[in-house]
Design a protein around this ligand. Structure first.
Ligand SMILES: Cc1cc2nc3c(=O)[nH]c(=O)nc-3n(C[C@H](O)[C@H](O)[C@H](O)COP(=O)(O)OP(=O)(O)OC[C@H]3O[C@@H](n4cnc5c(N)ncnc54)[C@H](O)[C@@H]3O)c2cc1C
Length: 414
């Protein structure tokens, strides 16, 4: 079946956070926008479902029903079993159910004026001199001035237009496995040490990757992720991680369904635009290479793409040179974060453990964590912030040092 082509300003492929934010922003700016999603919504998505505040900021108001738990802090469990916890009075994020969160964002785009087509699986995108033609698996075709590839890590749009390198390099792509554990509210509280507003990050047995225990209302989201090259054999790493938690929590964790997924990576090192096409979110590889966080980056890149495309439409510029300002915006906003995360990631969990142990002794650390999560600063701003706050911190540091020395002295003489 081939239907007559109707022309759109922008076709957005994929109704995840990146695509729906882009579609909403475009439609709000009066751009004639079609959002194509291969599944019927709500659709399942393997994900821990922690959305940092800097992502929530983009949505403005997130309905209460989507908040499984407000997030106020992070606890890092070290390879030796000790932990470092950072807690802020400020909201630093939420945990949510991705199927519900993503459905909300897609219909928010519709409310903003975009048209959504579900059960619409794109199989190819062809850039012509005067337009782009997007083809679906059922034969339908759509013509538009621009296409945004928001179709996740297994992007069809990217390779169709010659973007995204091969996924064969397992150092450059992430791999994760996760499952939900419906243990009931009481055990969610127990597992989170009585504070379900804390996200827990733990080392994985391979000592280079991380796992997580995220509290939801009635269940725990538990998973592991890391550079694909270190994640083999994935299933036994995951099962070992869960078995370890089971022993520690003292109650059974029954694996309902293991879900495996690649994670995008390497986004800022690659070109994510070509004439008439921009890649966003996981399709572009915008995932923190150490922690696997990608939702906020997906939404921010969707916003950047929508803004650049609106301007391109206004100026009648469809060329790569004009659209490449999108690459620059992403590199400026995400580049330092990803480089630092990658650098820390290659040093393994023991290195991160020793840095975090020192940080946990500093009162400013929780403030810095909140600033990072809320998007007030990036990773590269940490050193200047630390330096500017050290004078205020010094009396506490000296006090803590003297107290610890006295305690040790008393212990030695007891
Ligand atoms: C196990 C795991 C846990 C994670 N946990 C977290 C976390 O807790 N917090 C966090 O911030 N990040 C997390 N991430 C990363 C996060 O899930 C992604 O970065 C985020 O989903 C990227 O959003 P996106 O919109 O770019 O892509 P996606 O969310 O993948 O959305 C892409 C959409 O495109 C659709 N699509 C795909 N192909 C086609 C096609 N051919 N035609 C039409 N539609 C198509 C898909 O159905 C989907 O709806 C996790 C990832 C994994 C794998």
């Amino acid at each position: 079946m081939r239907t007559a082509m109707r022309a759109w300003d922008v076709v957005v492929v994929g109704a995840g956070p990146a695509g729906s934010i882009a579609a909403h922003e475009l439609a709000k700016r009066g751009v004639h926008t079609l959002l194509l999603e291969k599944f019927r919504l709500p659709r399942d998505k393997p994900c821990g479902g922690a959305v940092m505040y800097r992502g929530l900021r983009i949505v403005h108001r997130v309905p209460r029903r989507l908040v499984q738990r407000p997030v106020h802090g992070l606890r890092f469990v070290m390879p030796d079993g000790s932990s470092a916890q950072f807690r802020s009075e400020q909201l630093i994020g939420i945990t949510t159910n991705r199927a519900e969160f993503d459905e909300y964002l897609a219909y928010r785009a519709v409310d903003g004026g975009a048209e959504l087509l579900e059960d619409a699986r794109v199989i190819s995108v062809e850039v012509r001199p005067d337009r782009v033609v997007t083809r679906l698996s059922d034969g339908r075709e759509f013509s538009s001035s621009f296409v945004i590839g928001a179709d996740g890590v297994n992007t069809v749009v990217g390779p169709s237009v010659g973007l995204r390198p091969s996924r064969k390099n397992l150092y450059r792509v992430g791999l994760g496995m996760e499952s939900d554990f419906h243990v009931g509210e009481e055990r969610v509280l127990e597992a989170s040490g009585g504070d379900p507003t804390i996200l827990e990050i733990r080392p994985v047995e391979n000592r280079v990757s991380y796992g997580w225990v995220f509290p939801k209302r009635e269940h725990l989201a538990i998973g592991i992720a890391g550079a694909a090259v270190h994640m083999q054999p994935l299933r036994s790493l995951f099962d070992g991680f869960v078995a370890h938690l089971e022993r520690e929590f003292g109650f059974p964790l029954v694996i309902e369904r293991r879900r495996t997924h690649f994670l995008g990576a390497d986004g800022v090192r690659n070109k994510n635009v070509t004439g008439r096409v921009i890649l966003v979110g996981d399709a572009a590889g915008f995932v923190d290479p150490m922690m696997g966080e990608g939702i906020a980056y997906a939404m921010q890149s969707g916003l950047f793409a929508a803004r650049v495309m609106t301007e391109a439409l206004e100026r009648g510029r469809y060329d790569e040179a004009f659209l490449s300002r999108y690459d620059r915006l992403c590199r400026d906003r995400f580049g330092a974060n990803f480089s630092m995360a990658e650098w820390a990631g290659t040093r393994g969990t023991s290195f991160a453990g020793s840095v975090l142990r020192v940080a946990a002794g500093l009162r400013m650390s929780s403030d810095i964590l909140a600033m990072l999560a809320r998007g007030d600063i990036g990773y590269s701003d940490i050193p200047p912030v630390v330096l500017s706050r050290l004078p205020r911190e010094l009396p506490h540091l000296i006090g803590d040092y003297v107290r610890n020395r006295l305690l040790r002295h008393r212990k030695d003489n007891a």
